[in-house]
Design a protein around this ligand. Structure first.
Ligand SMILES: [Cu+2]
Length: 140
């Protein structure tokens, strides 16, 4: 291996390490409701206020799976607490949901009366996160 090639190889290794570090650092775990978790009578509108969410963030929902679940729905179902047409249903009790798109994401608990009592979550992502110093999109 010539000196030139060794340097090229080293710099690509460094670039690789840097970019994987940056990818890691932009998706952070967001514990929904903090220590309250995913529960009844928690105001998730208050919880989201003052927090910024980015593409790549992971929503972590902790709850008793015998009592709750997490249903990803559209905006109408979010408002009406409708359960007929849903996007995804999570019911492990410690669900990790990766936010992969810019826009609004709606979640409700589908157990009777729970969404109606405030167990609903709206996550807004306004901008795509994270451009590298060269201006290339790292995470779209
Ligand atoms: Cu519930």
């Amino acid at each position: 291996m010539t000196m030139f090639h060794r340097q090229r190889w080293l710099s690509s290794l460094i670039m690789f390490l840097l970019s994987s570090f940056m990818l890691k650092s932009d998706g952070s775990n967001r514990i929904v409701g903090d220590s309250s978790g995913w529960e009844l009578y928690t105001n998730y509108t208050n919880w989201t206020q003052g927090r910024e969410f980015h593409v790549g963030d992971v929503l972590v929902l902790n709850y008793n799976r015998d009592q709750h679940n997490v249903m990803q729905v559209n905006s109408t179902a979010y408002v009406d607490c409708g359960r007929d047409n849903y996007i995804s249903l999570f019911n492990k009790g410690n669900d990790s949901i990766v936010i992969s798109e810019v826009g609004e994401h709606w979640f409700i608990c589908a157990v009777d009366g729970h969404c109606e009592n405030g167990q609903k979550l709206l996550i807004k992502i306004l901008v795509a996160c994270c451009y590298s110093t060269k201006g290339t999109l790292i995470n779209s």
